[in-house]
Write a protein that binds this ligand. Structure first.
Ligand SMILES: Cc1ncc(C[n+]2csc(CCOP(=O)(O)OP(=O)(O)O)c2C)c(N)n1
Ligand SMILES: [Mg+2]
Length: 277
């Protein structure tokens, strides 16, 4: 568990250093989801950094809220999909690490373009159905921002997944209560997200997404609940900007890069554990 916590700290350092280096990107949601990505890529999923696009007999992950690409790229690099040095090219011209993930850069680990919010659930359901048709018993994971749930397509997909008994799908919602322009309850109030998933026929559970023990336990619990005729939804409570005190719970850090002084302050709060890129 300590090893996972150390990796998450390094992932957080990667996030703020990447975003600072190109003076753009999305640190808030990325920092909040660092523990989730670390648990998924270093503990929970059966996956190979050799990268097989079709993910045959592997677990597979889709990021719907593509703007939090810094945490995704860091988790992929740190788990061996590509050299961590490439993180220094984030958002630069001709880099494979564009602001929003896309497939035409052929970055290992990226299976679908994302950034246009709301599409990831549909993609994940398609992949999960394909696994069933192929008698592949591995699991499909997906992550969605809470602000992204205001897209209507998500609810159509949620309804469809229950109807089709897509029970090899574990979808997590990053409930940080914030989105691009302010708190979700002010921009578009989502009400009780868990109750909505329940009403749509999913099995749901909640976890604190910034407590590594809870994240690992929650994901394992979700695995144990899958395969029972219903898709599984994890309501993951996180803090936007987690780990950097002046970024925490503040939607203004949704998509703004720290300046030099802010970077120094942030790094002082995030121990270097397995080496900076
Ligand atoms: C279809 C679509 N509409 C609007 C946007 C602009 N946009 C980018 S991120 C975002 C807010 C998303 O909120 P959330 O998923 O909660 O992300 P967080 O701020 O928590 O990182 C919006 C509206 C978009 N990328 N795609
Ligand atoms: Mg949010």
């Amino acid at each position: 568990m300590q090893e996972l916590k150390n990796i998450a700290s390094q992932v957080r350092r990667d996030i703020v250093r990447m975003v600072h280096a190109c003076a753009s990107g999305h640190p808030g949601g990325s920092l909040g989801c660092a523990d989730f990505f670390t648990a998924l890529y270093f503990k929970i999923m059966k996956h190979s950094p050799e990268f097989n696009m079709n993910a045959v007999n592997e677990d597979v992950f889709f990021l719907s809220n593509g703007h939090i690409s810094p945490v995704f790229y860091s988790a992929l690099a740190r788990s061996g999909y590509f050299d961590v040095k490439e993180l220094a090219t984030f958002r630069k011209i001709n880099s494979r690490l564009q602001g929003h993930p896309a497939t035409h850069e052929h970055l290992p680990g990226i299976r679908v373009a994302s950034g246009s919010l709301g599409q990831g659930m549909s993609v994940a359901i398609g992949a999960a159905l394909a696994k069933k048709l192929n008698n592949d018993d591995r699991t499909v994971y997906s992550l969605h921002g809470d602000g992204a749930l205001v897209e209507g397509q998500v609810w159509e997909a949620i309804m469809f997944a229950a109807h089709k008994k897509v029970d090899n799908l574990i979808s997590t919602v990053d409930i940080n209560g914030q989105q691009i322009d302010g708190p979700t309850r002010k921009v578009m109030d989502l009400g009780d997200i868990k109750a909505k998933f329940d009403a749509f026929g999913w099995t749901t559970l909640e976890m604190n997404g910034n407590d590594m023990d809870e994240v690992v336990a929650g994901l394992n619990k979700a695995k144990s609940l899958s395969g029972q005729g219903k898709p599984v939804g994890i309501m993951m409570h996180t803090v936007m900007g987690k780990g950097v005190d002046f970024m925490e719970n503040d939607h203004n850090w949704h998509g703004v890069a720290p300046n030099d002084e802010q970077l120094a302050k942030a790094l002082a709060q995030l121990p270097e554990t397995i080496g900076d890129f």
